[in-house]
Write a protein that binds this ligand. Structure first.
Ligand code: SAH
Length: 395
């Protein structure tokens, strides 16, 4: 097998079982590996440390499949991993309350670059690394076998594919069926998921528990759901007894599905207003109109996918949080989120603190949010902990 040899003193990360090997840590490559090919990872002293997938185009030059050199990376390897990943989800309490789950969460399931979400009987797969792409057919077969799902839609159109030197690929990889509106249910609420054209794989499963929390907090409150997408938090708030919900998003397609989602539930449509608008401008409009809210949800898109965009992202987070705090009634609650990998929980908290101080309001953190348990974070892969949120009480 071809091998990559690490520079002296650059094997600490691999020894701590971190699955990424950056180009700068590699002393030399023995052989001429194709992208996606399995390689031995050796220390400068020649000790075999891991088996990894080579990725010639990426700064993350190799991603580890296994730290056990005795393992063979083959079809059976993926069958075993995918069986374990699906068993983990089947054992979660959430599996009794929904038919939509993340089945594979990349590195945290020992499968770098692979994301798989299940929407009832349809799987949506993203192959985001050269290694995952290399084993695509074996993975697709193993997924069908592990889940019994005949239809697998591929959404390999995430930007990170380009960093791996891979072109974008979208369409049914297995089976075929209507996938513009896959019906799912979550804690008794019905949603339709557009797995073909929706954002990411179609629905933000990571917010499942946080939607439940908003449902429990919404009673008797007037709610602003900013960046509402297909209405996840809005419907949860209505179901929880919100007096009124203003749901804002810049995407007309997302709002169309949000309206359809509303119609598939026994909720009072007169208590919700959908607004197609830019949240940055819309919050100012609300302020100028003298509006105020008892509960605001801020769940923006990833402003900083990586550390390089942190400064601009910090300004954007501060702006929307500052405006939200001004729009809150005393005693009001702000549920504010960041899904930016480049913004740590500490940084996010300090941005929100800065926003409160500039807004001139007294505010306290009363809860913290993270992604639901079907998005586990492997302890050797802290990068997996991307979603953080704070529940802020304006006193
Ligand atoms: N809260 C949602 C997920 C939000 S995803 C849920 O639980 O399902 C982020 C959303 O922000 C997307 O729907 C995107 O269309 C929207 N968006 C991005 N930039 C925006 C902007 N400047 N103003 C309004 N919406 C925006």
């Amino acid at each position: 097998m071809k091998a990559l040899v690490l520079k002296g003193g650059r094997d600490k990360s691999v020894k701590r079982l971190h699955p990424w090997i950056f180009s700068g840590a590699i002393e030399r490559v023995d052989g001429n590996p194709e992208s996606g090919e399995t390689m031995l990872v050796k220390s400068a002293e020649g000790k075999i440390l891991a088996l990894a997938a080579w990725s010639s185009a990426s700064q993350i030059r190799a991603r580890v499949w296994s730290f056990d050199p005795g393992v063979t990376i083959n079809k059976e390897f993926f069958e075993k991993k995918l069986k374990a990943a699906t068993a983990l989800r089947a054992a979660l309490p959430a599996s009794r309350h929904t038919n939509a789950m993340r089945l594979v969460h990349g590195e945290s399931d020992g499968l770098p670059g692979l994301v798989v979400d299940r929407y009832d009987d349809v799987l949506v797969a993203q192959f985001l690394s050269a290694g995952a792409e290399h084993w695509r057919e074996a993975i697709l077969d193993a997924l069908s076998a592990a889940t019994g799902c005949a239809a697998i839609y591929e959404r390999s159109d995430a930007e990170v594919r380009a960093l791996e030197g891979l072109v974008s690929k979208v369409g049914f990889a297995r089976g075929n069926r209507q996938a513009k509106r896959c019906p799912i249910a979550e804690h008794g609420l019905n949603f339709r998921v557009d797995v073909e054209a929706g954002q990411k794989t179609g629905f933000f499963l990571d917010q499942r528990d946080n939607r439940q929390r908003i449902r429990a907090l919404a009673e008797g409150r007037e709610v602003l759901d900013a960046f509402c997408y297909t209405g996840g938090f809005s419907l949860a708030a209505l179901a929880g007894g919100a007096t009124h919900v203003t749901a804002v998003d810049s995407s007309a397609e997302a709002l169309d599905i949000a309206r359809e989602n509303l119609a598939t539930n026994p909720l009072d449509a007169s208590r919700i207003a959908f607004e197609k608008a830019d949240v940055f401008a819309y919050q100012r409009l609300l302020r100028d109109r003298g509006r105020s809210f008892g509960l605001i949800v801020l769940d923006p898109p990833k402003f900083a996918p990586t550390a390089a965009q942190v400064n601009n992202a910090a300004r954007a987070y501060k702006d929307i949080n500052l405006m939200a705090l001004k729009l809150l009634k005393p005693g009001g609650l702000l549920a504010t989120f960041s899904c930016s990998g480049g913004v740590s929980a500490e940084l996010f908290q300090s941005i929100v603190a800065g926003a409160a101080s500039d807004a001139g309001v007294d505010a306290k953190i009363i809860e913290r949010f993270a992604a639901a348990a079907d998005h586990p974070v492997a302890l050797n892969f802290p990068e997996g902990d991307y979603l953080k949120g704070l529940l802020i009480l304006r006193t």
